[in-house]
Design a protein around this ligand. Structure first.
Ligand SMILES: [Zn+2]
Length: 354
């Protein structure tokens, strides 16, 4: 049950990853984020009843992960402290995930392809909306693509090096900082997008509630997260210490509804590894905790229990996916050797995927 200990002191994997950071704790933390660390109850329904579903993270380090028995939302337990989170995302997240401070050429090319895939899935629902905020904009590829389509997007990204790269190289309006400390006018955006952001937050319900306030009355909030029920990755690699919450479609939809939003569209990716829900403000709905999702905790537990390492290894699609990945790496290698200018590399990623 106990996460890592050093010299008898409690050390969460999150803290271990931030201990060598040279950046001090930010001067101010929003009250909403601060409060999120003061309890371990379910963020969606408020229940304290939970069931243990994993003891280790994807790197085999101790990480206690539980599912709320009332609604099925999966969360890390305990949630790491605020100083660790802020320092980690300002400096270390990309380094730990991708092994570099700024995007490498292959990352730029790949990110262009990912951005275009997102655009294809969302362009119909986004329609002519122009003022779009991308929260967790990374190195800015989706903002870049939106601008290429004639829109007026902007982004916010906590990682200093990646956001600086988006501004300096791609000349994009990407702000460096924590989204919850940004101040935007009420109704300022026609759409807000969060791609693989919500699972990293300590207070996802509070986050969607605040983001909803930045939306125009007919604005859209687009949220994409990993699917906790996914069968497209090894079960032993399902839980990551930076993923403080893990969603399936019912809990993601309910989180938005608990933030006063209404579901417009919900879908899973082709391989069911990711889930996306598009919300819009619902004047008739008050932001309030969910009262529970009957049967969903059992659904999540059953989905995880049905998976095994051996089953994953003998599934044909595991090897098909590996083949695709190897082919992609070969393609990327050839392209990054040929194209040196990062803007041309991003353009090549967008064209190749087109
Ligand atoms: Zn719950």
């Amino acid at each position: 049950m106990s996460p890592a200990r050093r010299g008898g002191a409690f050390i969460h994997p999150y803290r271990e990853n931030s201990m060598n950071s040279s950046v001090s704790e930010p001067a101010t933390i929003s009250p909403a984020l601060d409060a999120a660390f003061s309890h371990q109850a379910c963020n969606l329904c408020g229940s304290s009843d939970s069931v243990l579903i994993a003891k280790r993270d994807r790197d085999r380090r101790p990480l206690r992960t539980v599912a709320c028995t009332r609604c099925g939302l999966v969360r890390a337990d305990p949630i790491p402290d605020k100083a660790s989170i802020c320092a980690y995302y300002a400096n270390e997240y990309r380094l730990r995930y991708k092994g570099c401070w700024s995007p490498k050429p292959k990352h730029i090319y790949r990110a262009g392809q990912v951005a275009l895939g997102r655009w294809r899935r969302l362009r119909d629902v986004l329609g002519s909306r122009s003022r779009i905020l991308d929260v967790g904009a990374s190195s800015g590829e989706f903002v870049h693509l939106l601008r290429e389509t004639g829109r007026q997007p902007c982004g916010i990204e906590p990682n200093k090096a990646y956001s600086a790269w988006a501004r300096d190289v791609l000349k994009l309006p990407v702000i460096t900082g924590e989204w919850d400390r940004a101040e935007f006018a009420r109704g300022e955006f026609e759409a807000v997008t969060l791609f693989h952001v919500l699972e990293h937050l300590a207070d996802p319900r509070g986050a969607l509630t605040r983001l909803a306030g930045w939306l125009a009355p007919d604005g859209l909030l687009v949220v994409e997260v990993p699917n906790v029920e996914s069968r497209c990755g090894a079960l032993s690699r399902r839980f990551h210490f930076a993923h403080l919450h893990n969603f399936n479609l019912p809990t993601l939809q309910a989180t938005g509804e608990a933030a006063g939003l209404r579901v417009v569209l919900a879908f899973a990716s082709e391989d069911e590894g990711n889930i996306t829900v598009v919300f819009t403000p619902d004047p008739a709905r008050r932001a309030a905790p969910c009262t529970g999702l009957p049967g969903n905790a059992e659904r999540v537990r059953s989905a995880l229990a049905a998976q095994s390492e051996l089953g994953y290894l003998i599934e044909p699609r595991t090897w098909v996916r590996l083949g695709h990945r190897l082919a992609r790496m070969v393609r990327e290698y050839a392209i990054v050797r040929r194209i040196k200018d990062p803007r041309n590399l991003l353009a090549a990623g967008l064209e190749t995927a087109a």
